[in-house]
Write a protein that binds this ligand. Structure first.
Ligand SMILES: [Zn+2]
Length: 349
């Protein structure tokens, strides 16, 4: 049963709206980078590196353990060629998982922490590489540029300007990530307004490590089109009501929530309750490397541990198509394409 479910989901055309480039690298590539650049490791082996960049089965699921992986990963952005390579491989890996449309996000401040580059430089490198690679594979990829709550508004402004300047090269949105607890979104209000006026989609991480008031901050102060995670909105029926009324889509990342200690286990995840509340929910990986998953794995885990059917999965895939940060005509085509792929195929029935 498990293997056949896996095959069905793997064969199904999929959409990913919430995946960080910095959490989507191959461990084998990290080993190559470590060897090429002399990053100190006891031995240049995948299994030696794995516990430092991926949650291990017996490891306590805590925010500290989860974030420690990203601190290690930040040591690997050692050259423009590295950034281009990881962008290329992220596209190939998604295509090989039968993802047909992906919005890949990346954080210029993180990628530039060793290579002294501007937000403009790094956005250009990622845009060029992603466009070249996607052309060779059966996938459409658009980009979201992220800034962090715990970093300055000035950084956010620079990153947003770089995003605006690359809208013709595949950038479709901006995102607020970083430490949610203690860092409200509203100081970034003007930054996001600037991006929105230029035509960028707006999504904010909220309602993950903080409660529904953080989701409220994202929608009332910033006017977020989508919410990254948003699962804790369920704790306040008023916030749920506004999300439903405005048709705001949640980019839910179940394995990430378990790995970071936000949710106790996959079987305790709020996903079915969010769906039953009428919210527009989508399923995403967040950080495939850190959680050790593909989108196929993520969907299979959800179906094996929660009362979620194949019809629910199809509906959530269509929700993702409707929530894509694309111009109206392209979005209409994406929705139609997925309606045809999901409901006309015998394989999936
Ligand atoms: Zn995320």
């Amino acid at each position: 049963m498990t293997s056949s479910l896996y095959e069905i989901i793997r064969a199904m055309p999929k959409i990913e709206l919430h995946r960080h480039l910095e959490g989507a690298m191959r461990i084998s590539t990290l080993v190559d980078i470590a060897r090429d650049f002399g990053v100190e490791m006891p031995e240049y082996e995948v299994e030696t590196l794995r516990p430092f960049v991926q949650m291990m089965p017996d490891e306590p699921r805590t925010w500290q353990n989860f974030m420690a992986k990203f601190r290690t990963l930040r040591q690997f952005y050692l050259a423009p060629a590295v950034i281009r390579r990881i962008a290329q491989e992220a596209v190939i890996d998604a295509a090989q998982d039968n993802i047909k449309y992906m919005e890949l996000r990346f954080t210029p401040k993180a990628l530039c922490n060793i290579v002294k580059c501007s937000a403009h430089d790094v956005v250009r490198w990622v845009c060029e590489t992603v466009a070249e690679t996607a052309q060779q594979y059966d996938i459409v990829v658009r980009l979201i540029v992220s800034m962090n709550r715990h970093e300055s508004v000035e950084v956010g402004e620079k990153v947003t300007q770089a995003a605006i300047d690359h809208m013709g090269l595949g950038v479709v949105g901006i995102d607020l990530a970083g430490i949610e607890a203690g860092y409200a979104a509203y100081p970034f209000r003007d930054v996001f307004e600037h991006g929105r006026r230029a035509g960028l989609g707006v999504t904010l991480h909220a309602g993950e490590w903080e409660g529904p008031q953080s989701v409220w901050d994202a929608i009332s102060n910033i006017g977020s089109d989508r919410i990254g995670h948003g699962i804790r909105a369920i704790e306040d029926t008023g916030v749920v009501h506004v999300l439903v009324e405005r048709g705001i889509t949640l980019e839910v990342c179940p394995s990430s929530n378990v790995d970071s200690g936000v949710v106790a286990s996959m079987s305790a995840h709020q996903l079915p309750v969010l769906l039953a509340s009428g919210l527009k929910v989508t399923i995403n990986t967040d950080d495939p490397l850190v959680s050790g998953i593909t989108l196929t794995d993520e969907i299979v885990r959800v179906m094996e541990n929660l009362p979620i059917t194949l019809d629910d999965i199809k509906q959530m895939t269509l929700n993702a198509a409707h929530a894509a940060f694309l111009p109206d005509d392209e979005k209409r085509d994406l929705v139609k394409h997925f309606e045809r792929l999901l409901y006309a195929s015998d394989v999936l029935d």
